[in-house]
Write a protein that binds this ligand. Sequence first.
Ligand code: ADP
Ligand code: MG
Length: 221
Amino acid sequence: MISVQNVSKIYTTKSLTVPAVHDVSLEVDPGEFVVITGRSGSGKTTLLSLVAGLTRPTSGQVLLDGVAVWSLPDKDQSLLRNDKIGFVFQFPSLLPALTSLENVMLPAMFGGKRNGGVQERATHLLTQVGLADKLRSFPRQLSGGQQQRVVIARALMNEPELLLADEPTSDLDEMTEHEIMSLFREIHQNTRVTVLLVTHSVELGQFGTRSIQMAGGRIVS
Ligand code: ADP
Ligand code: MG
C-alpha cells in the first residue's frame, strides 16, 4: 500500500537547513494499522505529509499502490489523494457554517466515488461514529471529541484505502483520547482500511497492529 524508499526531507529557510526526515524507509501492507510515535520535532508530521504527497521529498520516493506520487501531474495527484486517502488532523478542521451532515458530505462533492446516495452514506458514517443524534448540529455545538468523530466520518466518506491521522487526539482529555483511538481500531477492524496514525504518545502504540518509533527524523525501532 505504502512504500517509502530512502526518503529524506530537508527544509531550507534563509538562515538554516533543517533535516526533518532522514533516509527513512517504510513498507506498510494493505490492512495494517501502523502507529508512529515519537517526540515533538521527531519528523512525524513531515513523514505523514510525504506519504500523503503533500510534501515533495528532497530525495528518495514514495509509492502508493506502486505509483510514485510525484511522478504524476498535479491534477492526477489531487485526484489520487481525494480518491484514495482520508485525512484526520490534530485540530478538527470542520467548516463552522455547515452541519455535521454537510461537513461529512463535502468530500463527495469533489468527484469522489458515488456508491448510493451521498446523504445516506454520510448519515450512516455519522451513526457509525456514534453521532446519530448530532446530524444537524454545527461544530460549535459539539465537544472536541465529537468534532473529531465528525472529521473521522468525513475522512471515510470517499471510502479511502488509506486513512492518515496526525495526532488526532492530542487536543483531547485522556478518556476521550482512548475513545477516539478505540474508534480508529473499530473502523480498522470493520473496513480493513489501512491506517497510518502518528502521535507523540508512546502509550497509544498499543492501539495499532504495529508500532514504530521515530527520533531525530529517523525510524529507531
Ligand atoms: P513532529 O510532527 O514529530 O513534531 P515535524 O515533522 O513537524 O515533527 O518537524 C520535524 C522538524 O522539521 C522540526 O525540527 C521542525 O521544526 C522542522 N520543520 C517542520 N516543518 C517545517 C517547515 N515547513 N519549515 C522548516 N522547518 C520545518
Ligand atoms: Mg507533528
